[in-house]
Design a protein around this ligand. Structure first.
Ligand code: ATP
Ligand code: MG
Length: 451
């Protein structure tokens, strides 16, 4: 029998429930992760105690919150850490494919485990009685298989979000889908659109940020294509270009695999070439081109992420990355300063990471030169940061008010003059000092504003 070491705070919650006469276990992800030798992210508890009883039992000590009373969930707090305690329950039918029509509290832990999604997520544990594992979750852990509890099609039809969860867990655990589960997933992929976009987006992000995301999507792409049909056009597309050794979909997956696991980056990796199939041309030498794909890609990315209800800030960041992903800024100081001006510091680290990954997903020839360019840009960015070199109008040692005082007409002329001065500074022709800038501004005003 495996032993799981519980944090003292968790043991205390179990003990208090048990002392009051109610069965209680840790359950789900924390049991799975512990058995795999991984550190659980959080500890969930299930119990025979009704939610009102849990509220009363912990009222004096754990600031219990009735976070989901209808579904039997109470959240307890110990030293700022939340612990969800959920009453054993079964679920009624999911007639809308989104949430159970009803839940019913039950007295047996095995009934509660039967409603859970995958066998490896359907184990409970108590330090005195050991593991409760009615669906051989342990066996599937050792076989490294993700398998639905019960009949796969029925379970996916009850709650279509489980389709995406199946890929997410396969990717994060490094498991294969058991064959019936995989078959049902292929057959029912289209029903994912019945799930609310907010639930989908959150699972999709977790899937993309999992270690094995690219490998799992290579084997099981159907579900992703149901969510983002634009990507399906990448499959089989021969890029016919010496820079590329992969077909387009394989290239996208290679870039995904090569990016650090941050949501903005992984989404940008997935979508960076989304417009390529729509921009594909072949010249008279038989060479493929994708003119305008970053701009059209940014537009499509914006549209896709709106459709998926991606939070605004994240959407803007991903869209900016797609727009700039193909920008081959030379490793020269003025060009790098212009890149800071145009892209902004907040996006640059992700942009460089995306460009490295994009390069790694291309032909081996020229690889070193391409990576050296990115390294060179990065080194120059360090210099810009260290020496606080001016890259934006806001960093100029002169502002609009001062230009007006020098006789600049108001309105758009102020912005134009500031940007001409910034260009001179970036090119290294002018010092970013108030004296130099006002002398240059005076001279320019005397010659009248260009443009
Ligand atoms: P993580 O480590 O990512 O939190 P987890 O297994 O704890 O993984 P959660 O989404 O937190 O996953 O869900 C907790 C548990 O609740 C799962 O292990 C599973 O038993 C059950 N569960 C969650 N969502 C569903 C669902 N849609 N259908 C069935 N069971 C679910
Ligand atoms: Mg969890």
């Amino acid at each position: 029998m495996p032993t799981i070491v519980l944090p003292a705070a968790v043991r205390e919650i179990l003990d208090r429930l048990t002392a009051a006469g109610f069965a209680a276990y840790v359950v789900g992800g924390c049991v799975r992760d512990s058995l795999m030798g991984r550190l659980p992210g959080d500890w969930d508890i299930c119990t025979a105690a009704p939610p009102e009883t849990t509220l009363a039992l912990f009222a004096a000590t754990h600031r219990p919150l009735p976070t989901g009373l209808k579904h039997g969930t109470v959240t307890l707090f110990q030293a700022g850490t939340p612990y969800e305690v959920t009453t054993f329950r079964t679920e009624g039918a999911y007639s809308d494919g989104r949430r159970p029509d009803s839940v019913r509290f039950v007295s047996e832990v095995t009934e509660d485990l039967a409603r859970r999604d995958f066998t490896v997520n359907a184990m409970a544990y108590h330090p005195d009685s050991g593991l409760v594992d009615p669906f051989d979750g342990q066996g599937d852990l050792s076989r490294r298989l993700l398998r639905c509890v019960g009949h796969a099609e029925t379970r996916f039809l009850e709650d279509a979000l489980r389709l995406l969860r199946a890929l997410r867990f396969a990717a994060s655990l490094g498991f294969a889908l058991e064959s019936e589960t995989a078959k049902a997933l292929r057959a029912l992929a289209g029903s994912i659109t019945r799930v609310s976009p907010e639930r989908i987006f959150s699972e999709l992000t977790k899937l993309l940020c999992a270690d094995g995301a690219a490998a799992v999507l290579a084997r099981h792409p159907t579900l992703l294509f149901a969510l983002i049909p634009e990507l399906e056009r990448q499959v089989g597309l021969d890029q016919r270009n010496p820079h590329h050794c992969h077909r387009l979909w394989e290239h996208t997956l290679a870039v995904l695999a090569a990016t650090p696991a941050r949501p903005a980056l992984r989404l940008a990796a997935l979508l960076h070439d989304v417009a390529k199939p729509f921009c594909f041309t072949v010249d008279r030498h038989g060479v493929g081109h994708f003119y305008g794909h970053p701009e059209e890609g940014a537009e499509r990315t914006e549209e896709i992420l709106r459709r998926l209800r991606c939070p605004n800030q994240l959407r803007e960041q991903v869209t900016r990355l797609v727009l700039w992903h193909d920008e081959r800024t030379p490793a020269e100081l003025p060009a790098v300063r212009r890149l800071v001006r145009d892209v902004g510091w907040a996006t640059l680290p992700d942009l460089l990471a995306l460009q490295r990954a994009d390069t790694l997903g291309q032909s081996p020839q020229m690889l070193e030169q391409k990576l050296a360019r990115v390294d060179g840009v990065e080194a120059l960015l360090d210099q810009v940061r260290r020496e606080r070199l001016c890259c934006t109008v806001a960093e100029l040692a002169i502002d609009g008010g001062e230009l007006l005082a020098l006789g600049c007409p108001g309105g758009p002329a102020v912005g134009r003059l500031l940007s001409v001065l910034l260009d001179e500074v970036i090119e290294g022709r002018l010092d970013n000092s108030r004296a130099a800038l006002s002398a240059a501004a005076t001279e320019l005003l005397r010659r009248e504003l260009p443009g």
